[in-house]
Each structure stands twice: as C-alpha cells, then as structure tokens.
Design a protein. Structure first.
Length: 234
C-alpha cells in the first residue's frame, strides 16, 4: 500500500504561525523533505525544526540559488524519485513548503510528478501575502475592490499594465528588482499607498512606507499597494 504525500504549508517564517495540523503531521512523519539552498541552511526546515523527529529521515531538495537559469526540472525529477521510493514502500512523506504549497510554492512541481501514482494531501499555510498585510497592519482590499498579485520578475510593461488596472496589488519576490519596481510605482503615482515589507513575522522583519525602503531588498520581500475603499481607515 502506498504512503501518503503531504504537502505542508509552514506559513511565512514564525513557527507559531504553523497550523496545528501542520505541526501534528510533521511531528509524526518518518520522512521529511524540504527545499534547501546549495549554501546555507534551509529556511523551510528552520521553521519546522521544533516539530521534526530526531529519528526522521530527511531529504533536502537542493536548489541552486543562481541568477542564471539552471536545470531545475532535473532537481525535481531526482527529488520525486527519492520521495517516491518511500511512498512505494508504504511510508508517508511530509514535504515542507514555506507559505502555502499551492501559492507560488515549489511543492507543486513535486505534486505534478507524484500525485497521479500516490495519494496526496495538501495542508494550506498562512501565505506571505496575508502575513505581510498583517505585519503592516494595512488592509489590502475591501468589498468590490480587485486584488492583483504580480511577481516582480515580470517585464516592466506587464507590471505597469497590471498595476494601472488594479485597485489593490501585491508585488512579490521583489529582491533585486526593487529599483525597477519602485520606479514603476512612482510613475503611476502609487507611492503614497505602497508599503515595503521584508522577512514578515521574523525578528528581522522590516515594515516601512515604500518611500523609506532601503536601496536593496532580500528575496523574501514584497510591496503592498492597498485599496482605496473610503470606509477602511489605514
């Protein structure tokens, strides 16, 4: 009998923001897999560290942190093979995912390779987007306002188009794209509504108006542009 593949959302970083279900499943897991950089510690593992059993088999999914493209598909192919071997043996596998597994989560690439052959269960987590809004104490949108979520990695024309058409927006994965994104926001006269958040929920978090944001940004940062509902005071 095949084991169950669990895609477990860990939330934005603060272990206290993990769900009770996530903590229970991780604590019981005999095999735990998680994304890891080729240098340094795994952020996902650090969030769940207090719940991982000392006897658990760990499968780091090493993803090179490079600006240039790399053969990412082979990384997920190899990870799926390693995880699949445990599932085939009847052992459940908990795959850790920062934020939510199906909201820009790397778990979806493993799900696509394994879910047809194995039972899979997704445990949602607090998204970085909602965590940033909470840490900023800034409502994103209300009533009939439309929220647009845009990765900072898209080209400038598309970013400009989406922000112009939106009442409220979240720009994710800011990192090295901060200067370019900031200029677009300034050109559209949205700076007064824009909040910069980095490392939300962690001790080193930064929450400031975009105009006061630093010149460089970490990968785990985003910009929130709140809606304009007159009944929501911000």
């Amino acid at each position: 009998m095949s084991g169950t593949l669990y895609g477990i959302g860990l939330g934005p970083g603060d272990p206290d923001l993990m769900t009770l279900k996530a903590h229970r499943l991780i604590s019981a897991a005999k095999v735990v897999a998680y994304p890891a950089p080729d240098t340094g510690d795994s952020f996902a593992r650090s969030i769940a560290a207090g719940a991982i059993s000392s006897s658990a088999i760990e499968i780091p999914i090493v993803i090179p942190m490079r600006v240039a493209r790399f053969p990412a598909q082979s990384v997920y192919d190899e990870a799926a093979d390693a995880i699949g071997a445990h599932l085939d043996a009847g052992t459940d596998v908990a795959v850790l995912c920062e934020g939510d597994p199906f909201f820009y989560g790397s778990f979806m690439y493993l799900f696509g390779r394994l879910a047809e052959r194995h039972k899979a269960e997704i445990v949602p987590g607090v998204t970085s987007m909602t965590a940033c809004a909470a840490m900023a104490a800034r409502p994103l949108c209300a009533r009939n306002e439309i929220l647009t979520v845009v990765p900072a990695t898209v080209d400038e024309a598309l970013l400009r188009d989406r922000l112009q058409a939106s009442g409220a927006a979240v720009i994710m994965k800011v990192g090295r794209h901060l200067a370019r994104v900031r200029k677009v926001i300034e050109d559209l006269n949205l700076t007064s509504r824009a909040i910069y958040v980095a490392h939300a929920s962690l001790p080193q978090q930064t929450v400031v108006p975009l105009i006061d944001a630093p010149e460089t940004a970490p990968y785990f940062s985003m910009i929130l542009i709140g809606g304009t509902d007159p009944y929501v005071k911000t």
